[in-house]
Design a protein around this ligand. Structure first.
Ligand SMILES: [Zn+2]
Length: 80
């Protein structure tokens, strides 16, 4: 139970690409931990926009994948 909760907590803290090196950075931090690039407030806004876009994309994907999965499972069991 604790392991799952920890995994969910990690997933709730997504990271976006650094404007300088492209590696994942935390939008709450002021500096990229990879290249040391100092994130400006504009960079952070872009990161948050990117993360919001990724989140919405993930939700849309779930809307498509879940019914498909259910149909496939239904076919699998009905053909048996
Ligand atoms: Zn960087």
């Amino acid at each position: 139970m604790n392991g799952l909760a920890a995994q969910l907590a990690v997933k709730r803290k997504p990271k976006g690409p650094c404007p300088s090196c492209g590696l994942k950075v935390d939008d709450e931090k002021d500096k990229c931990s990879h290249c040391g690039y100092t994130l400006t407030s504009a960079d952070k806004d872009m990161l948050r926009l990117y993360l919001e876009f990724q989140r919405q994309k993930g939700q849309k994907l779930a809307v498509i994948i879940l019914p498909t999965f259910i149909i496939v499972m239904w076919l699998f069991f009905s053909l048996k």
